[in-house]
Design a protein around this ligand. Structure first.
Ligand code: HEM
Ligand SMILES: *[C@@H]1O[C@H](CO)[C@@H](O)[C@H](O)[C@H]1NC(C)=O
Ligand SMILES: *[C@@H]1O[C@H](CO)[C@@H](O)[C@H](O)[C@H]1NC(C)=O
Ligand SMILES: CC(=O)N[C@H]1CO[C@H](CO)[C@@H](O)[C@@H]1O
Length: 519
């Protein structure tokens, strides 16, 4: 009797386990109706993990949407969407919270930044502190940014290009762009004087880029297997090599050093010295805590919170814009006729950005208003989105409806990816071809343009949309204008320039070699 009772109990437990692990997720859960990326997806994330480990996230999700439609199930509690209505509009404009994926992958200083915060409340407090200094009107009229733009373009970029052009020597523009964009972003964060000069300091730039990039191959473990490194360390093994820890420490010290220098310049209001973003954040954090009447923030902790935010903005800002510029120069080099048309448009600027320098730069607003330049940048960010990868969010409680599927349970990870949204052939005919024309007013109907803008997702959408989009666009437009007013570009070596498959991408070859020819 006792024996058969325990057998019965074991059978019930076994049945429950089978139900919970297989029957429920595969047949009963509301997620069961969603098409699967692979037959095993309802019961195990292993298949998708393996794809991600092999760096095939993008192509796997892209192929799944092509075959199965705008919503697919990637794992027991993970889905992917690829449409605007009922898709990104519900998830991102609807304000679903960020997944733990972000602080895992991009955390630094043991704390979180605006980008990595998951909770909506804390995030919106931080975003309100900073969004005004990144608004288009603030940036276009900022004397600080104007001074930095003049310095970076006339004192650093154009002399360098002039030299390579006159000696007829090729140049790796991806390397150059990574210095250029760091100088640009850092001069807005910290002031031109105390920002970086990576463009002119080649050896330091090389050293810095090595530290930053050497950690990339191990991103997968932070993203998808956050506990593995800890477990392995317990048994004396490492998944992530020690040099990554060392690089992290050096990068942290680098960011702290920039912040400490900015601190010295806090009282200044002089363009080029005042650390705009640093100062805004510091003052807002102080004000916020005094309003709360809570305990005064620990100054040591506040220093780290600010350093984390600054580090995050420096890297978010430099990496994406550099990749965008590299692909812009690549596409224009492949389309000499577009270079010619762009140059005609650029010569209408008053004054034009000619080198050697005869005057100040034209206003940021006048550069922003050039329609062909705008179309070229938008098309480049569509076809070569610097963040083409998944942007994971979590479904809210109690449940939600996405693309017609109702009762999607709370806590499901849901992603969209710009790579796939930007390749819908109904919105972007012949999606693999680079055609700035698709963004020009005189060549398209208002409805087509409107629809394309709704699907354009290079900067994301909703409350977590890129805070630096206006800075990035202003910078990319300025650099393209400065280059193509003065030079033609041709390709010397573009082997393997196609992007790798990651969240933030880079050319697989890590380089693009061009020649510059004076016009
Ligand atoms: C072409 C250049 C850029 C592209 C394509 C880009 C793209 C994006 C995207 C797609 C997101 C949303 C990410 C997600 O939710 O997973 C984002 C967020 C963000 N970006 Fe950018 N970005 C660019 C430049 C910049 C610059 C110059 C800054 C400098 C300040 C910046 C700072 C940020 C920050 C702080 C966030 C987090 C915003 C939030 O969570 O509220 N980005 N960016
Ligand atoms: C992304 O996926 C597409 C479609 O499968 C593929 O052609 C492309 O090479 C992939 N891109 C990267 C960077 O892996
Ligand atoms: C390059 O930058 C490093 C670190 O900021 C600095 O120590 C060095 O003096 C710089 N070199 C030049 C030539 O400016
Ligand atoms: C370390 C450093 O370069 N600090 C500089 C920051 O900017 C101020 C104002 O120009 C300089 O006086 C500092 O030397």
């Amino acid at each position: 009797m006792a024996f058969s009772l325990s057998t019965l109990a074991a059978a019930i437990v076994a049945a429950l386990v089978v139900y919970k692990a297989i029957i429920y997720p595969a047949f009963v859960s509301p997620l069961a109706k969603i098409p699967n990326v692979h037959w095993s997806a309802p019961i195990s994330p292993a298949w998708m993990l393996w794809r991600r480990f092999r760096m095939q996230n993008n192509r796997t999700i892209q192929a799944a949407h092509e075959q199965l439609g705008p919503i697919v199930r990637l794992g027991p509690t993970e889905i992917s969407i690829n449409c605007v209505d009922g898709g990104i509009k519900s998830v991102y404009t609807g304000g679903f919270e960020k997944h733990e994926w972000y602080p895992r992958v991009f955390g630094s200083f043991g704390t979180v930044s605006m980008f990595t915060m998951t909770g909506s409340k804390t995030h919106s407090v931080r975003k309100r502190m900073l969004s005004n200094i990144y608004s288009k009107s603030t940036l276009q009229s900022s004397p600080h940014l104007r001074m930095a733009s003049n310095a970076v373009v006339f004192d650093r970029l154009l002399p360098l290009l002039h030299e390579t052009a006159s000696s007829d020597s090729p140049i790796d523009v991806h390397d150059m762009n990574q210095g250029l964009t760091m100088d640009f972003v850092s001069s807005y964060l910290f002031g031109l004087q105390n920002g970086t000069n990576h463009l002119q300091n080649h050896s330091y730039r090389k050293h810095w880029l090595h530290l930053y990039l050497c950690r990339k191959p191990y991103e997968f473990y932070h993203q998808e297997m956050p506990n593995l490194n800890g477990w392995m360390k317990c048994v004396g093994l490492r998944v992530i090599p020690k040099y990554c820890d060392d690089a992290n420490e050096m990068l942290d010290n680098w960011a702290l050093d920039l912040c400490d220098r900015a601190e010295q310049a806090m009282s200044s209001t002089e363009p080029g010295v005042e650390p705009i973003v640093y100062k805004q954040l510091k003052q807002s954090l102080d004000k916020h805590s005094s309003k709360d009447r809570g305990p005064k923030p620990d100054p040591a902790q506040e220093r780290l919170d600010i350093a984390c935010e600054m580090y995050d903005q420096l890297t978010a800002g430099y990496e994406t814009s550099a990749v965008g510029l590299t692909f812009l120069l690549w596409q224009l080099s492949k389309h000499p006729e577009t270079q010619t048309k762009l140059r005609e448009e650029l010569l209408t600027l008053d004054p034009p950005i000619t080198y050697p320098r005869v005057s100040e730069l034209p206003s940021a607003k006048s550069i922003d208003n050039l329609p062909l330049l705008e179309a070229i940048i938008t098309e480049t960010l569509r076809l070569h989105a610097p963040i083409p990868g998944i942007q994971p969010r979590v479904t809210p409680s109690p449940s939600c409806t996405l693309t017609g599927y109702s009762d999607i349970p709370a806590g499901t990870r849901v992603n969209a990816q710009a790579y796939s949204l930007h390749r819908n052939p109904e919105v972007f005919p012949d999606p693999e071809s680079w055609q700035p024309r698709r963004w020009l007013k005189e060549e398209n109907s208002c409805e087509d343009l409107e629809e394309r803008r709704r699907w354009f997702w290079a900067f994301g959408s909703g409350g977590r949309m890129c805070v630096g989009s206006n800075l990035a666009l202003q910078e990319m437009k300025l650099v393209a204008a400065a280059i193509y007013t003065n030079f033609r570009t041709t390709i010397v070596d573009d082997e393997n320039v196609e992007a790798n498959d990651a969240y933030t991408v880079k050319p697989s070859s890590d380089k693009l070699i061009l020649k510059f020819h004076p016009v």
